[in-house]
Design a protein around this ligand. Structure first.
Ligand code: ADP
Ligand code: ADP
Length: 235
């Protein structure tokens, strides 16, 4: 099942009179339950693509359809915020946790913002802390945690609202090999448990070995595709 269909997306930035084509008619499908890695040299358009898929930035051309439907105003507020809230979880290289909140409260935040009931929130957060292995750390603040633990909090927060799509930008970029392995394991577990689709932007060939499919970007274009684990077209 195709969750997101990206069709002929182009993005050009204007910088002091210069035009930079960051994405040139990029097309691909994202399947349900797929981990798709995006690789490519610096400047090849990876972040631009992730920003567009998260409706944080607007393409100049092309369409994105979600579950077969094109939304004409996906990039216009308030629709962009609603689209993100319903569909997208973000994981960043630098975690972006709130330093004055405990682990538990950081994870609960998206549910609090959604106005869910206290008991419901408490149950969900408890279940999620079990899954990511942070139950013993629930009252700690982010600074008291290792990088890997902080990234676990960030992942838990990104998926606590059960978004069908997780966008991860270099999620292991600040982590050593063992901790990266651990975090990738958490993401794979999540995907298997909840059939989420994950797009993971990475420089690291090791990270891409966890992916079902890898798209290689160069100069704003997909120049190669590699299917790793399974036939993605069966998904
Ligand atoms: P990557 O994430 O692969 O490093 P980016 O998507 O960040 O690539 O950048 C793609 C191209 O677009 C680069 O040439 C970059 O300089 C340019 N670019 C990205 N963001 C902006 C921006 N806000 N303004 C102008 N140019 C930009
Ligand atoms: P329990 O709360 O009984 O442990 P689960 O193990 O199914 O139930 O869920 C554990 C946590 O995972 C909960 O916090 C729940 O909000 C979250 N969760 C449930 N479904 C999804 C989903 N599709 N994507 C992401 N997280 C989910």
């Amino acid at each position: 099942k195709v969750v997101l269909s990206v069709q002929n997306i182009s993005k050009t930035y204007e910088m002091s009179g210069n035009r930079v084509a960051a994405l040139k008619t990029v097309s691909f499908d994202l399947y349900q339950g797929e981990m798709l890695a995006i690789m490519g040299t610096s400047g090849s358009g990876k972040s631009t693509l992730l920003n567009i898929l998260g409706a944080l930035d607007k393409p100049n051309d092309g369409v994105i359809s979600l579950n077969g439907t094109v939304s004409d105003n996906m990039f216009t507020e308030p629709h962009a915020t609603i689209y993100r809230g319903d569909n997208i979880g973000f994981v960043f290289q630098s975690y972006h946790l709130l330093k004055d909140l405990s682990v538990e409260d950081n994870i609960a935040l998206p549910l609090i913002l959604k106005g869910e009931e206290e008991e419901e929130i408490s149950n969900k957060v408890k279940g999620m802390m079990d899954i990511v292995g942070l139950s013993d750390w629930k009252n700690h603040r982010p600074v008291q945690l290792s990088g890997g633990q902080q990234q676990r909090v960030a992942i838990a927060r990104a998926i606590i609202t059960s978004p069908p799509i997780v966008l991860a930008d270099e999620p292991t970029g600040n982590l050593d090999y063992n901790t990266s392995t651990d975090i990738l394991g958490v993401l794979v577990n999540m995907k298997e448990k909840f059939a989420q689709s994950i797009i993971i932007v990475t420089h690291d060939p090791y990270v891409s070995t966890y992916a079902d499919r890898v798209l290689f970007f160069h100069d704003g274009e997909i120049v190669d595709t590699y299917t790793c684990k399974k036939d993605a077209s069966d998904m």
